[in-house]
Design a protein around this ligand. Structure first.
Ligand SMILES: NC(=O)c1ccc[n+]([C@@H]2O[C@H](COP(=O)([O-])OP(=O)(O)OC[C@H]3O[C@@H](n4cnc5c(N)ncnc54)[C@H](OP(=O)(O)O)[C@@H]3O)[C@@H](O)[C@H]2O)c1
Length: 287
């Protein structure tokens, strides 16, 4: 099996789960030095999704690919063609853009790209499994850890907007299952955490985990947008639209994690407890 996004949040965890299950794994990395963070028995091959011909060595003698796409869209068709030429099955990390809940129904470039890659995969005739996670629990690290480590004041928009964060470990476990277990060809799985929580509640839960009261200050969306670096604007606009659209209603919650794994999904409280040190140790905000 070939795991792309091998250095990323989900791909890295999938590699560990596949090797634990005794599945031979090859990891795709962009730079050979990135492979240093992977287990020594994993075969590492360099390649770049923006350079489709660079993938041929990685795809040699591979039957199944876990595809993570964070690259620009231009080379998606050529890459999917190459997957179809070399392999039989793809598990694609997409998003719930087909789910009829306002949070997931705001038009945005990432949803359009996921839809296009799914369309490309479908036209090749490859066996496919589409994994559609909602919000990753680990986004909390990217968004709030620096502020919590600093003054303990999170200034953030739409505090009342509810999401159901899925623990990255549950997401990776589902991906690994669909890779090594029979019966998932044609599967289309929307994954969420077990409960709907407002963003302010999520911050409060992290406060409980670190043993400190964290202040949540609702930030006007325009101010949040102005404070965002230019490069992050598309992602920020996507999030602002989704939070705005979901105000006043609970998050969409599925039972897919327990249906596939046979164990309940981890709660956000459990995720926060297991990652508490990341909110107490490390760099503080610079401004
Ligand atoms: N975050 C969420 O809440 C969420 C929710 C639903 C769906 N998703 C989807 O999940 C996917 C993963 O997102 P993420 O932010 O979690 O990713 P991530 O952890 O940042 O991982 C991205 C991975 O892709 C690799 N990569 C980037 N560009 C590449 C290229 N040109 N060629 C080969 N590999 C490349 C990166 O390698 P390097 O180490 O070399 O950079 C890294 O291993 C995205 O498609 C996103 O839309 C995310």
């Amino acid at each position: 099996m070939l795991v792309t996004g091998a250095t990323g949040r989900i791909g890295r965890a999938v590699i560990d789960l596949l090797t634990d299950a005794g599945v031979p794994v090859r990891a795709l990395v962009r730079r050979s030095d990135s492979g240093a963070t992977l287990p020594t028995h994993v075969e590492i091959v360099t390649g770049d999704l923006t350079v489709p011909e660079s993938l041929d060595a990685a795809l040699h003698a591979i039957s199944t690919v876990f595809l993570v796409w964070t690259a620009p869209p231009q080379t998606a068709a050529a890459v999917v063609d190459r997957l179809a030429a070399h392999t039989r099955r793809v598990v694609y990390l997409s998003a719930p853009h087909r789910t009829p809940h306002p949070f997931f129904q705001q038009p945005n470039p990432m949803a359009a790209l996921h839809a296009e890659i799914e369309r490309l995969i479908a036209t090749t005739g490859l066996d496919s499994t589409i994994i559609r996670p909602g919000m990753f629990a680990s986004n909390a690290l990217l968004w709030w850890a620096a502020a919590i480590r600093g003054e303990g004041v999170v200034r953030w928009p739409y505090g009342a907007a509810e999401t159901a964060p899925v623990d990255d470990r549950d997401l990776a476990a589902v991906v690994a299952r669909t890779l090594y277990e029979d019966g998932h060809a044609g599967g289309d799985y929307v994954l969420t955490g077990p409960e709907s929580l407002s963003q302010a509640e999520q911050v409060s839960i992290i406060g409980d985990a670190v043993g400190r009261s964290i202040t949540f200050e609702d930030l006007p969306p325009d101010e949040f947008r102005r404070e965002t670096p230019e490069a992050s604007r598309p992602a920020v606009d996507m999030l602002l639209a989704a939070w705005n659209a979901t105000m006043g209603q609970p998050a969409y919650v599925t039972s897919t994690v327990s249906d596939i794994l046979g164990t309940p999904p981890r709660t956000f409280r459990q995720w926060a407890a297991d990652h508490a040190t990341a909110f107490t140790e490390g760099p503080h905000p610079t401004n």
